[in-house]
Every structure is written in C-alpha cells, then in structure tokens.
Design a protein around this ligand. Structure first.
Ligand code: TMP
Length: 230
C-alpha cells in the first residue's frame, strides 16, 4: 500500500478529465511527447486500466452487455482498478521522480457515479481516499466540452458511422452526460488550485498550447524534475 498522501513522492502527478469525447487521450499523448522532448521521463496511463488487472476490470465495466450493473458495483470496480494502478504504477513512478499523466482518475468516479449516477459524494470520496491512500493529482486538466458535441465527435471517430453504439458508459442517455459535464465544472470550481479548465471544442493543437502554457508554469516550480538520479 502506498504511503498516505503520496509521502516520498518526487515526481509530478497530472490527470486529464472531461466528458466522453473531450479529447483527453489525444491531449495526454501530445503532452507526453512534448515533455519527453525536454528530456523528462513521462509515464502515461489510463483509467480504468493501466495494469493487467485494471484492463480486465475495464472490459467488465465498459461491456454493453452488462446493462444491469448497479452504481455501487461501478464505484467498487472502478476503485478496485484505481487501487491497483496507484499501488503498481502511479506511486512507484512518482517516487522515482517521473511525471505521470493519467487519462482519468478519481474525479471521474465522483462525477460519473456521484453527480450523474446519483450516489452520495461522501461515500465515493471515502472509498476513493482509502483506495488511493489519499493520493491526489498535483494538477487536473479538465477538458470542457458540450456533452452532445463530445458524443458526436466519438460517433464520427468510431466504427459503424451512424450505427455507432459506443461502450456501456457512452450509451447512457444524453441527460446523464449533461450531468457529467456540470459535475466536472462544479468540482473544478470547488478546487481551483488543482483544476485547470480548458475549453476543448477547438482543434487539438490549440487545446494543447493552452495545456502547455500551464505546464511551463508547473515545470518552472519543479526544477528538480530536470535532475536525473546519478
Ligand atoms: P475512457 O473511455 O475515457 O477511457 O473512460 C471510460 C469510461 O468510464 C468513461 O465513460 C468514463 C467512465 N468512468 C467512470 O464512470 N468512473 C470512473 O471512475 C472512471 C475512471 C471512468
């Protein structure tokens, strides 16, 4: 189990959040590439997933055949994958001084299962604090996009064109996705020190430059990231 609050961590922990179709995955890759060009060591991971166990849990969570899955089951499965990821990947990488970029993290649990799914936020928060030994990101980039536009983007990108069905979460009704967007914005307004909200409807390069502006500020505050272990 990692030490509480990420004690002993030297790296930088970044998460990318946003409604489905906001472009997190593209932005996470662009950011990784740019940081690596500076000679920094970057680990890119995703949630749910990022470990062998987590990727198996992901298959269950996103399988459209499991429509009967309860919100409680979702909370516990997403958190189980997260606990494994923190322990096996995020925390060890941070101890080594790497930069971690996680494509989603615990804010998704609070927003999808809490704000949109209807479970009490305190319960989700407690489970997540336990599962992650209270490890929070240093900065969370919230890619903000209109829910309907995000889903349309996924549909355009996905196979099957107009017949695109999406995974189990993407298939939820539009109202659910509107709540997701509002939930993220509400979380961000409660913690402006951690969240950096970026309008994500623009071209990927434009969004990336906004993220990069914030990143330069963070790197300036963490010059030790440029020092390698002997
Ligand atoms: P992804 O497709 O962006 O990788 O995310 C998978 C889906 O799982 C996405 O619809 C968001 C959802 N999700 C939750 O509902 N709760 C969570 O805790 C996480 C991490 C993701």
């Amino acid at each position: 189990m990692p030490e509480a609050n990420g004690k002993g961590k030297r790296g930088l922990f970044l998460s990318m959040e946003g409604p489905d179709g906001a472009g997190k995955t593209t932005q996470a890759s662009l950011l990784k590439e740019r940081l690596e060009n500076l000679g920094l060591e970057v680990v890119l991971t995703r949630e749910p997933g990022g470990t062998l166990i987590g990727e198996e849990i992901r298959k269950i969570l996103l399988n459209p055949d499991f429509q009967e899955m309860t919100v409680a089951c979702e909370i516990l499965l997403y958190s189980a994958a997260r606990a494994q990821l923190v322990s096996q990947c995020i925390y060890p990488s941070l101890r080594q001084g790497f930069i971690i970029i996680s494509d989603r993290y615990l804010d998704s649990n609070i927003v999808y299962q809490g704000f949109a799914g209807g479970e009490k936020l305190e319960i989700i928060n407690k489970i997540n604090m336990w599962a992650t030994a209270q490890l929070l990101p240093d900065v969370t980039f919230l890619l903000d996009i209109d829910a309907e536009y995000g889903l349309l983007r996924l549909q355009r990108k996905g196979t099957g064109g107009a017949n695109w069905r999406g995974d189990r979460m993407e298939q939820k009704e539009l109202e659910f996705h509107h709540k997701v967007r509002q939930g993220f914005l509400q979380l961000a307004s409660l913690d402006p020190g951690r969240f950096f909200v970026i309008p994500a409807g623009d071209e990927p390069e434009v969004v990336h430059e906004k993220i990069w502006g914030k990143m330069q500020e963070l790197l300036g505050k963490n010059p030790l990231l440029f020092l390698r272990e002997p």
